[in-house]
Design a protein around this ligand. Structure first.
Ligand SMILES: *[C@@H]1O[C@H](CO)[C@@H](O)[C@H](O)[C@H]1NC(C)=O
Ligand SMILES: *[C@@H]1O[C@H](CO)[C@@H](O)[C@H](O)[C@H]1NC(C)=O
Length: 120
């Protein structure tokens, strides 16, 4: 049987680890740097995938914001607001779109869950 003091010591040792893990994983966190090349790559993936799927000709301009939900180190779900220009409608200004992308970096698996015009 473990002695209470031993248990307490274990708790004190591992609590910061558990807290830091739960802060990083399993929660939605805002994207702080929208110029991050990896985030831009995810946004471009969403655009090109939607172009192919729906015969669109949107061209990436920038990432306007978003949130990331990490399940673990390599598994993440991105909700992005993307600014893109529609080449099929050149007279229209660039518009905002929202996309949901799941990214599993170790196997290079990416999946576009949705892509639509932003309501705001
Ligand atoms: C954001 O990311 C870009 C590209 O990695 C980098 O050049 C820039 O310094 C970063 N900005 C901030 C505020 O961290
Ligand atoms: C794809 O879109 C272009 C214009 O954006 C159109 O000319 C073409 O016919 C479309 N192709 C299909 C298969 O719908």
């Amino acid at each position: 049987m473990m002695r209470p003091l031993y248990l307490l010591t274990l708790l004190v040792l591992f609590l910061p680890l558990v807290v830091s893990l739960s802060r990083e994983y399993g929660v939605w966190r805002p994207i702080t740097n929208t110029s991050n090349p990896y985030v831009i790559e995810i946004a471009k993936f969403a655009i090109s995938h939607n172009n192919k799927r729906n015969n669109k000709s949107l061209v990436f301009q920038s990432v306007d914001g978003g949130d990331i939900h990490r399940s673990d180190k390599l598994d993440a779900y991105y909700k992005l607001t993307i600014v893109a220009k529609d080449e099929a409608l050149p007279s229209r200004p660039a518009g905002k779109y929202v996309a949901g992308v799941w990214d599993q970096s170790i196997q290079l698996v990416r999946k576009l869950y949705y892509f639509r015009k932003s309501q705001n």
